[in-house]
Design a protein around this ligand. Structure first.
Ligand SMILES: [Zn+2]
Length: 115
């Protein structure tokens, strides 16, 4: 399993109460096999787990997490927004145009060009 970057105690630290939807969505973000997930991916995982949490709630909680700096939101060209737990480590992304799979990379050349 990946190392956990955000814990329940972090919710309180950023001023968010630990509610059931927040707890479950945080768990899903931590335990997904892929690091980058869409709101739909999270919603599907909740449905599979028999959770009564709607898609609107998923979006609202993700927005709260993003505002609190717990997750990063990426708007890749032409697709849905992807979310990932904020690891504090800067990286760039490539998206496969055929499968929509997100690939992470760090390039010293791109970093230098952005300076
Ligand atoms: Zn990433």
């Amino acid at each position: 399993m990946r190392e956990t970057t955000v814990e329940l105690k972090d919710l309180k630290k950023v001023g968010l109460k630990v509610t059931h939807p927040r707890k479950r969505i945080l768990e899903i973000l931590e335990n997904q096999l892929t690091k980058h997930v869409t709101a739909d991916d999270i919603y599907r995982s909740l449905v599979i787990a028999n959770e009564d949490i709607g898609l609107a709630t998923v979006y609202r909680v993700l927005h709260q997490f993003e505002a609190a700096g717990l997750v990063e939101k990426h708007n890749f060209e032409g697709g849905q927004a992807y979310y990932e737990l904020d690891s504090g480590q800067h990286h760039d992304h490539m998206v496969c145009v055929e499968t929509g799979k997100v690939i992470e990379f760090v390039s010293a050349e791109i970093e230098a060009a952005q300076q």
